[in-house]
Design a protein around this ligand. Structure first.
Ligand code: B4P
Length: 191
């Protein structure tokens, strides 16, 4: 089993690159953002709780997203590997994920961390906000709050995996295909 984390600030290209990577490597895509948006669109109790946080650009509580990932892992017993997109986003989520994967004897192989300047992140998210219908993309204050959450709570997740020498920084600016090639080179070294 090959398990990969695609990491980076909001708007760094995680969702965009994940689509291409799962097609090439046959991994199961687990995006906590997509899972949460699906709960919101079905108006489940979990979705209603999550929406309050997401609308303000804040992270959803750890126990909610860890529970979602745990069910998704259990629901895909035959996956040849997982691509985690937007998860883990806190140190507590990283520790919980390691424990869940330990039970499967299938640790994280590598974390690929996309590096993109703040100006470019804001530009991309505002542009997506024009068409996505996502309430967290069409307000610059909410976008800035998401980036602040990233610096305060999520950036440490890379330090967590650095202690195990599992982090590769990848330049996340350029064309989508150029970035995809950079990511594939890192995966092919390890797969
Ligand atoms: P996510 O759904 O994970 O959203 P994101 O970080 O904003 O998006 P992503 O990084 O995937 O977007 P992409 O660059 O592909 O999270 C949304 C919210 O959910 C969070 O704020 C939080 O509240 C909650 N949440 C999710 N996971 C959580 C967790 N684990 N714990 C707690 N809360 C959690 O796309 C951005 C735009 O850039 C697109 O329009 C794309 O077309 C464009 N783009 C991509 N690559 C480009 C390139 N190379 N050049 C130009 N534009 C590009």
């Amino acid at each position: 089993m090959f398990n990969l984390i695609l990491f980076g600030p909001p708007g760094s290209g995680k969702g965009t690159q994940s689509e291409k990577l799962i097609a090439k490597y046959g991994l199961k895509h687990l995006s906590t953002g997509d899972l949460l948006r699906s709960e919101i669109s079905h108006q489940t109790p979990l979705g209603k709780e999550a929406q309050n946080f997401m609308d303000k650009g804040q992270l959803v509580p750890d126990e909610v997203v860890i529970g979602m990932i745990s069910s998704a892992l259990d629901g895909n017993p035959n996956a040849k590997g997982f691509l985690f997109d937007g998860f883990p986003r806190t140190a507590a989520q990283a520790e919980a994920l390691d424990k869940l994967l330990e039970l499967k004897n299938a640790p994280i192989a590598v974390m690929l961390a996309l590096e993109v300047s703040e100006a470019e992140l804001i530009k991309r998210l505002l542009k997506r906000g024009e068409t996505s219908g996502r309430s967290d993309d069409n307000n610059e204050n909410v976008i800035r709050a998401r980036i602040t959450e990233y610096h305060n709570k999520t950036a440490v997740v890379a330090d967590y995996y650095k202690q195990f020498e599992k982090v590769e920084m990848v330049k996340g600016e350029g064309s989508i295909d150029e970035i995809f090639d950079r990511l594939c080179k890192e995966i092919d070294k390890r797969a």
